[in-house]
Write a protein that binds this ligand. Structure first.
Ligand SMILES: NC(=O)N[C@@H](CC(=O)O)C(=O)O
Ligand SMILES: [Zn+2]
Ligand SMILES: [Zn+2]
Length: 345
């Protein structure tokens, strides 16, 4: 048996939802000390007041004994008030502001249609050093779904970076080599988060032999050469890349239906799968940087003081059971290959 001990990781992109789903999925993030919590609720978390109330609901739903700090975000709309954002940042309530292009993903209808309209907010954020987290996809129906990230970089992100180079931007859930190369080409103020499932799956897993709704998420899983670029970035040790699981629970009946919701629920086994990816690459020594150190450095926080241990067993683990929540069962990420790693209690 092999073991590896590392600084406790953080999840820099997590969906916790609300109500019964929140209560059900919160314990699944127990491997992580902190998480950036996404604001795409219905209605979205737009103001500092919304974020304070949502934070209180998360803390109230936290099980006894689970040490977990939710790092709050605000959902950027075309009527967001720069002063409200600045006050929320100054008080320490929010860690980032989230840009959803309107219509790009789950609950993004109140997002941004015209980036010109949010420039006053972005300028204020650049002044105070508050990061912008970005779902980087265009929604132009003419653009092929597999190209939407690359076209977003070209049409929106590159011009934004030229116009406002002081703005700190996290390109979240990077899924393409184009995204990786864009981050590598930036000298400063740009970083990228990577999910676990995009490191493991390519679009054949999604589509060959039958459609797999539990692998459907946005940005959509890409072809193998992109996956390989993501793995190289994650395991390469570059501090601009770090873990954001984008664990996105939807009840089973919202995934297994005629028009399935986008999102993969990876919170319960993200760290075991990540250990396996890094082991396969011969890069276990770089797992701690990716999962526990690069993210805090980018978000200007100290790494966690405690540690976790991952253990490898010869025999593979049983496939994960669905998580039962008050909002229905949620299927846990299972790429269908043997998993040998677990987090030691
Ligand atoms: N990733 C997804 O496919 N879905 C996320 C939204 C998002 O992060 O884009 C969700 O909220 O379900
Ligand atoms: Zn997204
Ligand atoms: Zn997400």
């Amino acid at each position: 048996m092999t073991e590896i001990t590392l600084t406790r990781p953080d999840d820099w992109h997590l969906h916790l939802r609300d109500g019964a789903m929140l209560a059900g999925v919160l314990p699944a993030s127990r491997d992580f000390a902190r998480a950036i919590v996404m604001p795409n609720l219905v209605p979205p978390v737009v103001t500092a007041k919304d974020a304070a109330a949502y934070r209180a609901r998360i803390l109230a739903a936290l099980p006894e004994g689970q040490a977990f700090e939710p790092l709050m975000t605000l959902y950027l709309t075309e009527s967001t008030d720069p002063a409200d954002v600045a006050a929320a940042a100054a008080s320490g309530l929010v860690t980032a502001v989230k840009l959803y292009p309107a219509g790009a993903t789950t609950n993004s209808a109140s997002g941004v249609r015209d980036i010109g309209k949010v420039m006053p907010v972005l300028e204020r954020m650049a002044e105070i050093g508050l990061p912008l987290c970005v779902h980087g996809e265009v929604t132009d129906p003419e653009i092929d779904i597999f190209d939407r990230e690359a076209v977003f970089i070209e049409r929106v992100l590159a011009p934004l970076r030229e116009r406002l180079p002081e703005l700190r931007v996290t390109l979240e859930h990077v899924t393409t080599k184009d995204g990786i190369d864009f981050i590598l080409g930036a000298e400063r103020n740009l970083a990228g988060s990577l999910t676990v499932h995009h490191l493991i799956l390519n679009r054949n897993h999604l589509l060959v032999g039958g459609m797999r709704p539990h692998f459907y998420c946005l940005p959509i899983i890409k072809r193998e050469r992109h996956r390989a670029a993501l793995v190289a970035a994650a395991t390469g040790g570059d501090p601009r890349f770090f873990l954001g699981t984008d664990s996105a629970p939807h009840a089973k009946d919202r995934k297994e239906c005629d028009c399935c919701a986008a999102g993969v629920f990876t919170a319960p086994n993200a760290m075991p799968w990540l250990a396996q990816v890094f082991e396969t690459e011969g890069a276990l020594d770089r797992l701690e940087g990716f999962a526990s150190l690069h993210g805090p450095a980018w978000y200007r926080r100290a790494p966690n003081a405690d540690r976790i241990t991952l253990a490898r067993s010869e025999d593979p683990l049983p496939a994960p059971a669905a998580l039962e929540t008050g909002a229905g069962p949620v299927i846990v990420f299972d790429p269908g290959i043997p998993l040998h790693w677990r987090v030691r209690a």
